[in-house]
Design a protein around this ligand. Structure first.
Ligand SMILES: Nc1nc2c(ncn2[C@@H]2O[C@H](COP(=O)(O)OP(=O)(O)OP(=O)(O)O)[C@@H](O)[C@H]2O)c(=O)[nH]1
Length: 422
């Protein structure tokens, strides 16, 4: 991603050289491009992305916000936060011998990330098959990876027409914006198709819903620079404007939008789908946290601590039983919860009830379950059953983004679901 930003002129030569110098100083020169997005000392030291980094780029016909998400399985909660704000996915896979296989085996991150983004409503994916320099730019290796991924993508719910593949060598910049570069001639022998940027330029623009009431789930809270409390996130429906008084849910408090930053500009308003930073005034920061939803006082989002959800069970080995403790992911927050009741198992295609009160749920089943939130004891990380904080949850038919959930247990994603209208 760092190299792509450089090729597109989003990183100047001075910054590139500074990253190169500083990364080689600590013996991490191979990560110098990644330093453009991995800004914290720990990310740079470990050579991995840990949190979401936001950047933007422009192709001839598209203006794209990039949410660079961690690939390592320890940071899946952050990846989910980024994916829940995304319209399209760019999956980068490593073509080196054994490396692609490690990500694609059962429990591998390539599989989990694809399932997660699809479950969060992302329907378009570009798969960049990277590090082809490591396999001498072999056409057969590229085709082998495409052939392994195609059936899995289809099975995960991506339509073939919305799934594109592209061979790249990101390190030397091959086939990102054009096919120049040291290794380019080896690729050009067999590949005449689009570059990565060509594919990004052809992504279908998502449909924006600007007429429904504003929903703004907060993904990050920080201290503003003297001009109010800063919060960032993505507008999930409606329009937000400077000067508006908004309600903060859960709770009874309100705040006023003092200013809005979109990309690098200060704007008067932002609409559904925009990733923005807001500066809020007339607010005590104790009422703001990740997961708080801002909305108009006259159009509140319903709050829930116990609700039923329609879920699709992933490829799990230990079945789900009533009482199973889980972590519930909604937008950017994760909350301790339990699957308090198995209401029914459902036909995956029609949604018709197959069985009432099933004893357990096994892999690939669809089901209706009851979920009960538990309160988190932040000092110990343990969950207790008293006074759970409700979450603002909307039915899937009202607002697709606000109505989706993911369920994890012991560091593994076990189901994805939605909040139905019935
Ligand atoms: N040989 C080769 N190495 C590459 C290429 N692209 C990236 N790398 C190396 O792969 C390593 C990982 O690169 P990152 O950009 O950190 O990969 P990432 O997928 O963002 O990893 P996370 O930050 O953990 O999500 C670095 O050492 C890079 O130098 C390539 O085209 N060829």
């Amino acid at each position: 991603m760092g190299r792509l930003l450089y090729e597109l002129g989003r990183v100047d030569e001075k910054k590139r050289a500074a990253n190169e110098r500083a990364s080689s100083k600590i013996g991490k020169s191979s990560f110098s491009w990644a330093w453009q997005l991995d800004g914290t000392a720990e990310e740079r030291e470990r050579g991995i992305t840990m949190d979401i980094a936001m950047q933007s780029l422009t192709t001839p016909r598209r203006q794209i916000t990039i949410l660079d998400a961690p690939g390592h399985k320890d940071f899946i909660p952050n990846m989910i936060s980024g994916a829940s704000q995304a319209d399209c996915a760019l999956l980068v896979v490593d073509a080196a011998t054994g490396e692609f296989e490690a990500g694609f085996e059962r429990g591998g991150q390539t599989r989990e990330h694809l399932l997660l983004v699809r479950s969060l409503g992302v329907g378009q994916v570009v798969v960049a098959i990277n590090k082809l320099d490591q396999v001498q730019w072999e056409k057969d290796r590229y085709n082998e990876i495409c052939d392994l991924l195609r059936p899995f993508l289809l099975q995960s719910g991506f339509q073939p027409s919305k799934t594109k593949f592209v061979p790249v060598g990101a390190m030397s910049g091959v086939n990102l914006v054009n096919r120049d570069g040291t290794d380019a001639s080896l690729l050009s022998k067999w590949y005449k198709g689009p570059t990565l940027v060509d594919l990004l330029d052809r992504l279908e623009p998502p449909i924006r819903d600007i007429t429904s009431p504003l929903r703004f789930p907060i993904s990050n809270v920080f201290k503003g620079t003297g001009s109010g409390i800063g919060v960032s996130g993505r507008v999930c429906g409606g329009v937000i404007q400077v000067g508006e008084r908004l309600r903060m849910l859960p709770g009874d408090e309100t705040c006023v939008v003092k200013s809005i930053d979109l990309e690098d500009a200060n704007v008067q308003w932002a609409a559904d789908g925009s990733n923005v930073t807001l500066y809020l005034t007339s607010v005590d920061p104790v009422h703001l946290s990740v997961g708080t939803v801002l909305c108009p006082p006259e159009h509140l989002v319903p709050l829930a601590t116990v609700f039923s959800a329609r879920v699709l069970v992933f490829d799990i080995q230990v079945p789900i039983t009533a009482g199973t403790s889980v972590e519930l992911f909604h937008q950017s927050q994760n909350i301790p919860a339990s699957i308090s009741k198995l209401v029914s198992s459902l036909d995956r295609a029609t949604g018709n009830v197959l069985k009432q009160n099933p004893r357990l749920l096994t892999k690939a089943l669809a089901a209706e379950v009851q979920i009960t939130l538990r309160s988190a004891n932040y000092s110990t990380g343990a969950a207790s059953t008293t006074k759970a904080r409700p979450i603002p949850l909307e039915t899937f038919s009202t607002n697709k983004e606000m109505g989706r959930i993911l369920i994890r247990r012991g560091g593994e994603t076990i189901a994805a679901g939605l909040f139905p209208s019935t």
